[in-house]
Design a protein around this ligand. Sequence first.
Ligand code: B16
Ligand code: MG
Length: 218
Amino acid sequence: MNKKGFIFDLDGVIVDTAKYHFLAWQRLAKGLDINFTEEENEQLKGVSRVRSLEKILAWGNKTISQELFDELMGKKNEEYLSFIAEMDTNEILPDVPRVLKFLKEMDQPISLGSASKNARTILERVNLKSSFNAIVDGNDVSKAKPDPEVFLIAAKEIDVKPEDCIVFEDSVAGVTAANTANMISIGIGSKDVLGHANYVFKDFTEISNDLIKSLIEN
Ligand code: B16
Ligand code: MG
């Protein structure tokens, strides 16, 4: 049996925490008199916390002191963590457990490649930490997506060459990162947003075990 490396993004791929990021950022932006749309929010997906706040401030044409910047980052994360604290296994996205189980049966190494500094906490909350052979998150990288660093480290940790890795991603920045890393990118979401991915599926219900088998064999 061939060995491929399967790398999963977290927010928006394994769990729908993207909605909590959106809520927390939107509330914070409102406090600064900045409004942003769901379309603009796509640009925040997969992007680091610092970069997200920089983008929101740019949309609102606002400059703030470093002190306030740090305070707002802390505030956003506090609110985000209050959502996370309520999470349980019901928030795992459809068919993710089936795919993880099948990959394990097929003896394929699995890595997490997330920009989030809260990734480990979230995996613990939804009881999925032990499904991963390696976890690489926002604490382990110096360059955020669209830089490929997070996926390159995730591949290294499971000892698989980048060209033998398959990445599941819901964000524009993350698909770009996977493509730049020379990996197969599988977009989870809409073709209109993730058209630069090698394949796009609405969610894992559209990814059959046979399809995974063909990814392993090719
Ligand atoms: P945190 P992913 C990303 O996670 C989110 O998509 C992005 O919206 C968020 O800003 C980033 O993590 C940082 O998250 O504030 O928890 O460190 O999609 O790469 O799993
Ligand atoms: Mg994501």
